[in-house]
Design a protein around this ligand. Structure first.
Ligand code: AMP
Ligand code: MG
Length: 411
């Protein structure tokens, strides 16, 4: 069985291909101090201008020796010291040793460092109790970590907290990065109330903007919040126009499901070219994508789980491409054994919300409970998606399913 059992529904992979094939990465770059570059995408390769470490240095607190001296005597008088930032200078007489600390430069001619735990201080000098000393013992050679000219990070990488200190170790103070994509977003619906005001009959709080904004930011984009817009053609049109004048992409929630789509469609058709899709995924079936005259458009379904899910699954790769991030990859799936049953009917790929744990080296997963697309607690409790294949039906306890661990954008 395939998607043809659900006529008219577009497989997720097709939707992704259609979106990604149209997106061209932003070309505008900026030069930023390293400390401000976290989360930006590199617009250039980073090559190391130096060797790291830049000189042979000691891995231990101890004594620098020559092996030939140690072969003559196990006790060597002290001739000087080499501390971090204060290298030993001058002549190093034969038959002596040099006190050396971790990170200090290895003196010229030194074969090895013996750690201080393997020595004793005596009246005649330092007594070395370690006998089997190998050349280069406890010496970290110049360029051991990174060689001059090495490619340390490729253009198109998004800078993580692990990258920044490595680049700092190369002495690079500024980086050329891609300007962050600007994403304007708003919620649509007459029933939506802002937080801090009591609900009137038939109203609910607008929670979607609180789900969408952190995701935009975690995807490495700049978020522009345009608030709640009622289901009013004039207001909607005005807001779309404003949004596309401010941003590279416009994300809305609500107004794309059957019944509301026609209404939004009329407005959007005036402003650009938009496809209203019915995706073979659950939740998140209604989804719109296309181009306004001046920005990309993604219309998310209004149900809170659907909104966050389509944002994560579809909008995330789209914004990664727009932002020049060529290293982005979809979260990987791993097999897990079910500890609870999962309700499912064939027809759509189901992204149920699950909680995985590791039991005796095996991933196991249980449901978060109520899987309604309006029940956001199922997202809040979860740490993974249980991705159930299109053609699959109900899953019983003990079956193997694929789980997709949340990536860092959902933490
Ligand atoms: P729609 O896609 O506009 O038909 O909305 C589908 C469901 O999601 C309805 O129950 C809406 O009330 C709800 N919904 C729409 N927008 C939001 C929002 N911003 N926050 C919370 N729920 C919403
Ligand atoms: Mg609505």
């Amino acid at each position: 069985m395939g998607c043809c059992d659900a006529p008219g529904l577009m497989p997720l992979e097709d939707a992704m291909d259609k979106m990604l094939s149209r997106i061209k990465p932003i070309q505008t770059t900026l030069r930023l101090p390293l400390a401000e570059a976290l989360g930006y995408v590199l617009a250039e390769d980073v090559l190391s201008p130096i060797f790291v470490p830049p000189f042979d240095n000691s891995a231990m607190d101890g004594y620098a020796i020559r092996l030939q001296d140690l072969a003559q005597s196990s006790t060597l008088p002290l001739a000087g010291k080499s501390f971090a930032g204060q290298p030993f200078e001058g002549e190093w007489p034969l038959g002596t040793c040099i006190r050396i600390m971790t990170g200090a430069k290895i003196p010229e001619g030194c074969d090895a460092v013996i750690m201080q735990e393997n020595t004793q201080v005596t009246d005649d000098g330092i007594l070395f109790t370690q006998t089997d000393v190998k050349p280069q013992n406890n010496i970290r050679p110049c360029g051991d970590d990174i060689k001059q000219g090495d490619l340390v990070l490729a253009k198109g990488s998004r800078l993580s907290p692990r990258d920044i200190p490595m680049i700092a170790s190369l002495g690079i103070s500024h980086l050329t990065v891609v300007r962050k994509p600007k994403v304007a977003f708003f919620s649509t619906g007459d029933e939506l109330k802002p937080l801090g005001e009591p609900l009137a009959d038939g109203q609910i709080y607008d929670s979607n903007r609180y789900g969408i904004k952190p995701l935009i930011e975690n995807f490495g984009c700049e978020a522009i919040d345009l608030g709640i817009i009622p289901d009013c053609p004039t207001k909607l049109k005005e807001t779309f126009e404003k949004a596309q004048s401010l941003a590279d992409a416009v994300v809305t929630s609500g107004g794309v499901s059957v019944g509301e789509a026609d209404y939004t469609k009329d407005i959007l058709e005036e402003l650009g070219e938009i496809g209203f899709w019915k995706l073979a995924i659950k939740p998140g079936k209604p989804f719109a994508f296309g181009a306004l005259s001046n920005a990309w458009f993604c219309g998310l379904p209004g149900n809170p789980v659907s909104a966050v899910l389509t944002m994560y699954v579809l909008v995330q790769p789209m914004l990664a491409k727009l932002g020049g991030n060529t290293q982005w990859s979809a979260p990987e799936s791993i097999p897990a054994i079910t500890k609870t049953a999962f309700k499912k009917a064939p027809g759509r790929t189901d992204y149920q919300r699950g909680i995985y744990t590791l039991e005796n080296g095996q991933f196991v997963v249980e449901t978060t409970g109520n899987q309604s697309s309006g029940a956001f607690r199922s997202m809040s409790l979860a740490n993974c998606f249980v991705v159930l294949e299109r053609e699959r039906g109900r899953v019983e306890v003990g079956e193997t399913v694929q789980i997709q661990l949340f990536n860092s954008t959902l933490y």
